[in-house]
Design a protein around this ligand. Structure first.
Ligand code: UDP
Length: 310
């Protein structure tokens, strides 16, 4: 199949591209490299089945190759990044999604949206099932990401209803692994980099907020399985095991055998207090659940960051 992936040079996009190329597909990557990086695709960039186009998907583009899939993964996804680029984040979720849907429609291709657990905001129920409508502050600092993704979902479902295009929507919960940037700003990369550098681990707030961390290979496996069935979604993909940020800090310190201490800093506004997906739907539809434990996943990620820091 011919598969267009926006954000293909990003953390998730690069892992997904590699996996699709291995399965014999052709991948066209569109990325403007504001948070993506050529480093992430250096091993696949010369593959004859891979094409990289530097382009900002908020602007229209015509793709000549007949496409089977349009997969929209482009967006800053780390709070640090989307707080730095709030307008670009809103544009890629709205205008970017609209352009991708237009491409999918023109090609009669299937459309795949990478949405997020952030559509649930600071959730009032736990774990969060797909039926939950969320608790989002529409004007808060995180709204540029949350509302962009909510609009992206709404646009996707509007195209499905009005133009009958085939859609797939996933909501991705905290995912980590190699190819995250050193300065990405998310908790797993921050803690590992700080521990390896012997710096204090920065805990925002008291560290009792929770997240559920999924290793990237598990997430990609869920995406591949979902591509094989016809189901509009949304489908939650993430780990069912919930940890406090403080527990994560302790784990990272142990696994890196670091002497780093912990430093408490201010909790960012609207930081969700808890997050854990209800993944029963993914289990039933895809026979999927994450297999890699947090310890195993962290060890693999630590190896990656150790090499990067050398
Ligand atoms: N966090 C932290 N220290 C850091 C980075 C993040 O304590 O150096 C916290 C952050 O406040 C949040 C959680 O870790 O409660 C996860 O943050 P992340 O930026 O990874 O993504 P989020 O899940 O908030 O989108």
């Amino acid at each position: 199949m011919n598969i267009l992936i926006t954000g293909g040079a990003g953390f998730l996009g690069s892992h997904l591209s590699r996996r699709l190329l291995k399965a014999g597909h052709k991948v066209i990557c569109i990325d403007n490299l504001i948070t993506g990086s050529l480093f992430n695709i250096k091993d696949i960039k010369k593959d004859k089945n891979y094409k990289f186009i530097k382009h900002d998907i908020t602007k229209p583009i015509e793709i000549k190759t007949k496409l089977d899939w349009v997969m929209h993964f482009a967006s800053p996804a780390s709070p640090k990044d989307y707080l730095e680029h709030p307008i670009k984040t809103l544009k890629v979720g709205t205008l970017g999604t609209h352009n991708c849907l237009g491409i999918a429609k023109a090609h009669k291709a299937k459309f795949f949206l990478a949405s997020t657990s952030e559509v649930y905001g600071d959730p009032k129920i736990s774990p969060q099932p797909e039926e939950y409508w969320g608790n989002v502050n529409s004007i808060g600092p995180r709204s540029c990401y949350d509302e962009a993704k909510r609009a992206a979902e709404a646009l996707t479902f509007a195209y499905y209803r009005q133009h009958k295009i085939a859609i797939h929507v996933i909501r991705i919960f905290n995912t980590y692994g190699p190819n995250m940037r050193l300065e990405d700003g998310r908790v797993v990369s921050n803690f590992i980099v700080q521990a390896l550098r012997g710096q204090s681990l920065t805990i925002y707030g008291k560290g009792n907020q929770t997240r559920s961390f999924c290793y990237v290979d598990d997430l990609v496996e869920g995406i591949i399985r979902y591509m094989k069935i016809n189901y509009t979604g949304p489908v939650n993909l993430g780990s069912q095991f919930e940890f406090t940020v403080l527990e994560l800090a302790k784990k990272v310190t142990e696994l890196t055998q670091s002497k780093s201490k912990i430093k408490f800093a201010a909790l960012p506004q609207d930081d969700p207090k808890q997050r854990r997906p209800d993944i029963r739907k993914a289990g039933k539809l895809l026979g999927w659940k994450p297999k890699i434990t947090l310890n195993e996943g962290l060890q693999k990620t630590i190896i990656y960051f150790r090499e990067k820091l050398h």
